[in-house]
Unconditional design. Sequence first.
Length: 578
Amino acid sequence: MEELSSNYGCRAKFSIVKICLFSFLNLWCLICFGQIRFTDVTKSSGIDHQYKVYEGLFGGGACVFDLNKDGFEDLYITSGLDDDMLYLNNGDGTFKNIFEGSGLEITKNYVTQGVFGADVNKDGWIDLYITTTTTKGEKQKIPRAINLLFLNNGDNTFKDATKEFKLDQFYSFSTGANFGDFNGDGYPDLYVGNYFLEYDGPLTEISDATIVNSSKTAEGNLFINRGGKYFEDVYEKYGLNHKGFGFGGIFTDYDNDGDQDLIVNHDFGYKAKPNYLLRNNFPKKSFTYVEKEMNMDLRINSMGTAVGDYDNNGFLDYFFTNIKFNKFMVNHGKSSPFEDVAKTIGTYIFMISWGANFSDFDHDGDLDLFVVNGDLNPNCTPMGNFMFENINGHFQDKGMESGIKDFGMGRGSVIFDIENDGDMDVLFINQNPIKDYPVESRTKLFRNDSTYGNWLKVSLEGVKAESNGIGSRVRIVADGISMIREIDGGGSSHLSHNSKIVHFGVGSTTKIDSIIVTWTGGGSQILLDQAVNQHIVVKEEVKSFMRFEIYCGIFFLLLSLLYYFTRNKEDKKSVFRL
């Protein structure tokens, strides 16, 4: 009996040791594998780029898009004074620059800024829109230069369609732009941010003296896409009348009413014009300025915007980069004003920020936040990037621990999945320093090597809606948690366009209960009981009853015409008898 008790005590002690060891190992796994981890793969990937500034010190940007529809996303990167780059994804983690011979060489004549992609003519291929500030190799013209539209030929080459789409008459110093289908007709429309109209440059530094006191603010452009044939500027027709030092903006459905509203970013908002929020009055052909009542008239140096529902309440929130302190504007819905929670949420840090991207980098079921920082050269103070990890709704900068705290002179940024392994990687643009700079400042590509959690990727194929679903919503429900994503139309981050494939981290969840797609222009689809760790392509269904209604309409029209002509003929016979 004593021996039995002794053995039992030993077993109990051993069990306690096992439990403690097991708990320690679990904690260690969470620490090691739950963290966000990145690896610099710039050199091994073949990316060799630096944005060369001419003036303004704002550039540059990148666009993520699948150039050849091989399932791997490619890159277009603007280069300012240098030649732009078109990087083809080889599918093995490496890229090849195929710019020469692509038909994009006309950009060599311009100082390029931002780049954005959409299927403007609905032929199934993503086209490119590139903003510029001026021309190269000659004295500056005032107004400055036109922006450029290139149609994708489907064979890794492009056609200059700027004149064909009636965009060759708009001269400006342009920065950011974004695509969105604000009238719901399935063709991507376009908003362009213009910085100023006149300046006897070149502009070599940014200050109140060189910009605010010496330049004229500019109107933006609101281009409506006329059936994939040309663009028409409807700025005044739709009630827009603002001017400012424009940094573009984003089309986004902030009020969940099914149409795309517009956020406009402005530099020097505290001395010139603030940010604007315009509510879309669709089906009326107008926008209404609501920034004051919604607390979105931000008087900051608004460089870029990240979009995401960080608290999973079903309404999109917006993070604005700024010089000094960034703004984290939370959407409470029900027409409530936005609330800036940067101070309480952990992102209120003194810095000069540019690009920003929400994503669940560690697949734990909430949105993290990457922010690109960079000094206003000719100053030369290195500023490391932020990687804010979302920990129970509070953000902690893990830039150093994650390996992504680069100290180059950062500007634009994009997120996408380089090798289709399910996690989101990051590319950000670094520009050349005008003066001596203590560290390397070249564009960087960081591969996400976080290993925790399951994921889901969803891309859309619009039929009536825009071809890639720009502006449409994807919502998933898993284990009782609902998360939404909005298909990016560009303008997010800074002068850049992220992947149009939406990504969800779902932690230890092994099944997605439902995927709900809400298309621009109306209509929705539901997919049930989907497996995790896959990329799902959802093609828009044109419901059969709609086809039936069309056929019925045609039938009754023909019947009415037949009745009309038959009756007309009888009337003529009656007259003849008389």
